[in-house]
Design a protein around this ligand. Structure first.
Ligand code: AMP
Ligand code: MG
Length: 396
């Protein structure tokens, strides 16, 4: 059986970045990555701009020690008129106002003494103070933001300040969730004996929405081979990623593995030496990546975080494609029952991690309180209180 580390490497290697771009209104593009470099269409700031409420001074070499200046006018933010000052003159400027070329420095108003039409300066005068120089943030024609920058509120603000309102972004994947199982019943209906409520498709949809993947279509099928074949075959034609829930184990009515082979999906891995989540499949057909997830809910969610997430992040162009990991000390002792790698639902707080109760692969109640998974690789069989363990931080 393949190891967790190998499974991760295989997914990293075979998952692909999207080859499609779409144009988006900037404020609706949070979480997307830029599909191309953005070249500044203007200088920023577009003119020399006052950073303070104060006075702009026109200095000359021999007036350097002068500290009394005649005030010749006022410029506030938004004024478009140009001014010329002679040496020894001052002009009142407000924050954001255009600073005339003839002004060498701006003195904060708190450091001046006003009397009638002149000011005295209470500080040592140094050139170029409190002026945001034209183009000092970014120069027209240079790269304002590089391709693959992730759009966030600061990016939106920055690009709008350059007058840009639309951008090309790397397209997100179209994702199909296929839920399988004869026993599954929709919420709102009465359960008959032997039936359970279908929950994986909702849980996986929620996990995708949480990571800002919204193009999600859910298909539901019974444990029926023909239905399985046709649903998967159509989904491969219409989606970039398939998340199939259940039916990937070796039971008599688990048809997924057989169907994927009949549909000529290239198998890249099947079955990982881990708990929970052993019956896990990853393969590709054409450009569609196919994940066979265990039906047990906690196992499915664990495989989503550790494996599916990698392909999702890579697809949209991210460079950090795995969930963050860190070493931290554990507040329980724990002994494994076998030699599989284990992912334990856990709570990480104040620099320590605690194993939660109910680790069963079918159990989700305590997963609700997990913000991390403890990863115990194959070679670690037990841990003592205060041992250092590796945790994977879950995305919330
Ligand atoms: P399977 O992998 O199909 O053998 O399913 C393993 C376990 O997960 C069984 O107890 C199923 O009833 C349960 N299960 C499978 N699919 C779902 C689902 N979509 N929602 C909730 N439980 C499921
Ligand atoms: Mg099943």
């Amino acid at each position: 059986m393949i190891s967790v580390e190998n499974a991760i490497q295989i997914i990293k290697k075979h998952s692909k970045i999207s080859s499609n771009y779409s144009e988006k209104k900037l404020e609706k593009a949070n979480g997307y990555l830029l599909a191309e470099d953005i070249i500044a269409p203007i200088d920023l700031p577009p003119f020399n701009q006052s950073a303070m409420d104060g006075y702009g001074l026109c200095l000359s070499a021999n007036l350097k020690n002068q500290n009394k200046f005649d005030i010749v006018g006022e410029i506030k933010a938004g004024d478009t008129k140009t001014y010329h000052l002679n040496k020894g003159e001052a002009i009142r400027v407000l924050t954001g106002a255009p600073v005339p070329k003839s002004v060498n420095t701006v003195i904060m108003q708190e450091n001046t003494l006003l009397s009638n039409d002149s000011i005295k300066i209470k500080e040592e005068i140094t050139p170029l103070k409190n002026i945001r120089l034209k183009g000092e943030q970014v120069k027209k024609g240079t790269i304002a933001l590089e391709k693959h920058t992730e759009v966030n509120p600061a990016v939106v603000g920055f690009l709008y300040s350059l007058g840009i309102d639309k951008i090309k972004v790397i397209q997100k994947p179209s994702i199909a969730i296929i839920s399988t199982g004869n026993e599954l019943v929709e919420s709102g209906k009465q359960l008959a004996y032997g039936e359970i409520y279908e929950s994986n498709s909702k849980m996986l949809t929620s996990a995708l929405y949480n990571l800002k993947f919204y193009d999600v279509t859910v298909y539901k099928i019974k444990d029926d081979y023909e239905d399985t074949l046709s649903t998967i075959s159509n989904a491969i034609k219409n989606h970039d990623l398939l998340l199939i829930s259940g039916g990937i184990s070796v039971g008599k009515y688990d048809f997924i593995y057989k169907a994927l082979h009949e549909l000529n999906v290239s198998e890249l891995l099947y079955k990982v030496n881990q708990k929970p989540g052993k019956p896990f499949f990853y393969g590709i057909k054409n450009n569609t990546q196919i994940f066979g997830l265990p039906g047990n809910p906690a196992a499915a969610l664990t495989c989503f975080y550790t494996y599916v997430n990698i392909a999702l992040q890579k697809f949209v162009g991210k460079s950090e494609i795995e969930l963050p990991r860190k070493k931290t000390s554990i507040l329980n002792s724990y002994r494994k029952k076998g030699n599989r790698s284990e992912f334990l639902k856990a709570n990480y707080s104040n620099g320590n991690v605690t194993i939660l109760e109910q680790q069963g692969s079918a159990m989700l109640q305590k997963f609700a309180f997990a913000n991390a998974l403890i990863y115990l690789p194959e070679h670690i069989n037990f841990v003592e209180i205060n041992d250092s363990v590796e945790i994977i931080l879950l995305p919330f």
